[in-house]
Design a protein around this ligand. Structure first.
Ligand code: ZN
Ligand code: ZN
Length: 273
């Protein structure tokens, strides 16, 4: 079968839609926009619902998963570029086999940590709370468990912990190093995410910066043989390729280079060159 090679500039694999409830746009609208904006490969990574309904405020209901997957299959028929089906999975160890089942059905899964609560009834979002030093350890621990599960194509916005943690201190460095070292050991790429660049800028003791990505994290990353990807994390069709240029300049400034993808049929692989 024909193998296609895609560099990061030609792809977006982190794409949401109206299905998650906090995004807009249908699958077909995203495909049309990706074609218009010249992308060569598009993957959908809607927030994955879980069986006990945890995090239900930020994702589709379980019953909608088949509609989401069908919408993508239908859009694929007419599209002029390959369209992949994926999910962005918030990781907790009890969902491992559930995600494994879904991963066997769809083209790829990515992982992220948006919430630090282990209790079902309580959410503790990284976006709504001021994080403590202990929270950073919890974040790194969960993120590393996700990377170590072997289920995910890449880890999304690993530095999102800094969204509400504005001091670069020993904990922030240790958290970053733990995640980067785990990604290198597991050979899983980490993502420079454009969505954090589109959010409000953050005032820190060291000056103003993006909500994420944060240069301190990627300065450490640079010292490791880490694989790096970048995506728009679009939550509206017009965003499908927005912020990418900024991500490429951010990476160039940090001295980082990107991996590519190889696609054979709908079988997607990360390749180094
Ligand atoms: Zn989202
Ligand atoms: Zn996302």
């Amino acid at each position: 079968m024909n193998t296609q090679h895609y560099i990061q500039q030609e792809t977006n694999l982190h794409t949401h839609s109206y299905f998650c409830g906090h995004g807009t746009g249908t699958i077909a609208e995203y495909v049309a926009e990706a074609q218009k904006q010249g992308l060569k490969l598009l993957g959908f990574s809607e927030h994955c619902p879980v069986e006990d309904n945890r995090w239900n405020r930020s994702r589709m209901a379980l019953e909608q998963m088949s509609i989401y997957e069908e919408d993508i299959a239908n859009a694929r028929v007419e599209a002029s570029l390959p369209i992949l089906t994926g999910y962005e999975c918030d990781y907790l160890p009890q969902y491992r086999s559930y995600y494994q089942e879904i991963g066997a059905r769809v083209d790829y899964l990515i992982c992220a940590i948006h919430d630090l609560s282990l209790e079902l009834e309580r959410e503790y979002s990284l976006f709504w709370n001021t994080l403590t030093k202990d929270d950073l350890h919890r974040y790194a621990d969960l993120y590393c468990q996700a990377l170590s599960s072997g289920l995910f194509l890449f880890g999304a916005h690993p530095d999102v912990f800094a969204y509400n943690y504005h001091t670069w201190d020993k904990e922030a460095e240790a958290c970053s190093r733990a995640i980067i070292e785990c990604a290198v050991a597991m050979d899983v790429p980490l993502e420079i995410n454009a969505n954090g660049m589109r959010k409000r800028k953050v005032d820190t003791p060291l000056g103003q910066r993006y909500s994420y990505p944060i240069s301190e994290f990627w300065q450490i990353a640079k010292t490791y043989p880490l694989k790096v990807v970048t995506n728009s994390d679009a939550h509206a069709p017009f965003e499908v390729n927005v912020g990418r240029k900024e991500c490429f300049s951010f990476a160039a400034e940090a001295g980082l280079s990107f991996v590519s993808y190889e696609l054979e049929g709908r079988n997607l692989k990360v390749v180094s060159s």
